[in-house]
Ligand binder design. Structure first.
Ligand SMILES: *Cc1c(COP(=O)(O)O)cnc(C)c1O
Length: 488
């Protein structure tokens, strides 16, 4: 005879014993922590000599050779696998030499804050569950609102990045303007071809792909031509269409150009349009003195995207969106389910879950709050101003280098330039040049196409980039250009 009660108890004991390794002892925690800390300390010690870009044949394929299995693997072996398969091939975004795309960050205080957030695992989705965590995030949103000149009634959300932030802004615009399926065909969206592709993606996800889309041409400074925007809006109105949404960039990804935001705000107002401003890359430059001139008009937008994982040097995983009228956000994203009735009755503060597509989410506020508290704002302002000046420095120097020409003086911290060879095709030459730089690996640059030309970019936003990195880049560019010129 088996005793079912005894069987159940035996099985519970057995399961408890097997699951016990998920709650390691102080000693086991120490072993794990020491190994990881040793790894990260070595990484930081060596970061200024590690390549910014590593061309490898395997591209991390080794990870497949170690499938997930029933049994454990020793931490040293796990870290060896991570080092080789993950932390080696491709781009090293933590590098001072990351000068491509829009560089990311990775400040140490955020890493420690993530550790704190992960151990305590506070719930930052709903006020009822995590009132302190929600207040902390709402306080950061209010801080960003005051920074950018948004009113006190603004709402916002800390997102995983700029893409979701753009999506939230565009969905709020759709609902605020009452665009239902029947209105889509006559509700016009205005943007330039320099708008980030996450904006196009958001338009599609929001069900607005069939809205007439007007690509307003840019000026030679790569900024939206406001007079053409006005003309197009008037023409659309005259032909019975309804201007609905204008998307301006506070710093485009390609060239760092800032659209004429104040003019856009005027036109949006005149035509009863929602003004969505994408400042994922550029909005935090408002922290630098004098930048309110270039970014002027940003504060008049209806929704604004700003990415702390770009402009405040945080590790990847934290973007933000602000919406001037927080009720608009709430209308689009509020959440109510019967099992959340407790949560509904206790609402001194708006809950992030009512302002975004997410319910349960990472407590991303802590990785922003802790560094700001620990360091204060001053070093962030200095680091941002340094980036602006480094871009200006590079722009001035590269134009003096034999054979190089540069685009317009940068609005922010992106410079476009290219080498014009004495003979042969310039596009081909610059492709070879960037390939040589990437194979060299000490710095990473990226390229784009502007006005039909293949051009090179330098984007300064990594917090570790200082003047010597820019001098090294100038030397690499001129040395390799000379070398190619000999063979070309
Ligand atoms: C990076 C970027 C985005 C997208 O942000 P993610 O954080 O990568 O999702 C959107 N707009 C601009 C202008 C950007 O530079």
């Amino acid at each position: 005879m088996t005793d079912p009660e005894k069987d159940l108890e035996d099985r519970l004991s057995e399961l408890e014993r097997i699951a016990a390794s998920l709650e390691p002892s102080a000693e086991a925690r120490g072993v794990l922590r020491d190994a990881v800390i040793a790894y990260t300390e070595k990484f930081i010690e060596e970061i200024y000599t590690l390549p910014a870009y590593n061309v490898t044949g395997d591209k991390g394929r080794e990870i497949y050779a170690s499938p997930i299995s029933e049994g454990p693997m020793p931490v040293d072996e796990v870290l060896r696998l991570f080092a080789h398969a993950v932390d080696r091939p491709g781009l090293n975004p933590a590098s001072h030499g990351h000068l491509g795309y829009i560089p990311g960050g990775g400040i140490y205080a955020s890493a420690v804050a993530d550790y704190l957030a992960d151990i305590t695992n506070r719930y930052a989705g709903i006020f009822y569950g995590g009132p302190g965590a929600v207040r902390l995030e709402n306080m950061l949103i209010a801080w960003m609102a005051s920074l950018t000149g948004y009113p006190a009634g603004a709402g916002g959300n800390l997102t995983s990045g700029g893409s979701i932030a753009n999506l939230i802004g565009i969905v709020a615009a759709r609902d605020a303007k009452g665009i239902g399926s029947r209105d889509v065909g006559r509700s016009v969206i205005y943007l330039t071809d320099q708008a980030h592709h996450s904006v196009d993606k958001a338009i599609r996800i929001a069900g607005l792909a069939e809205c007439p889309l007007r690509r307003i041409p840019v000026t030679p400074f790569h900024r939206m031509d406001a007079s053409l925007l006005e003309l197009t809006m008037k023409k659309d109105r005259a032909s019975g269409l309804r201007p609905f949404l204008v998307i301006g960039s506070a710093g485009t990804t390609d060239t760092g150009a800032v659209d004429p935001l104040a003019n856009i705000a005027d036109l949006a107002e005149a035509h009863d349009c929602w003004f969505h401003c994408d400042g994922a890359y550029g909005a935090f430059f408002i922290l630098c003195s004098g930048m309110n001139r270039i970014l002027s008009g940003m504060e008049r937008s209806d929704s604004l995207v700003m990415d702390p994982h770009k402009g405040l040097f945080l590790p990847y995983g934290t973007g933000a969106v602000l919406v001037r009228d927080r009720r608009r956000m709430h209308d689009s994203f509020r959440y109510n389910a019967s099992y959340l009735l407790d949560a509904m009755s206790d609402a001194d503060e708006l809950s992030p879950a009512d302002l975004s597509p997410e319910l349960t989410k990472h407590f991303r506020g802590l990785r922003l709050w802790l560094p700001l508290k620990i360091h204060g704002l001053r070093p962030f302002r200095a680091c941002l101003e340094e980036k602006l000046l480094l871009a200006r420095y590079f722009w001035e120097k590269i134009r003096e280098c034999d054979g190089f020409e540069a685009g317009p003086q940068p609005d922010l911290s992106v410079v476009t330039y290219r080498y014009v060879p004495k003979r042969g095709n310039a596009d081909e030459f610059n492709k070879v040049l960037i390939e040589k730089i990437q194979n060299d690996g000490r710095v990473f640059l990226s390229s784009t196409r502007l006005g039909g030309n293949f051009v090179l970019r330098l984007a300064v936003l990594a917090f570790r980039t200082h003047r010597w990195t820019i001098d090294l880049t100038l030397k690499l560019l001129t040395d390799y250009a000379r070398e190619i010129e000999r063979e070309f």
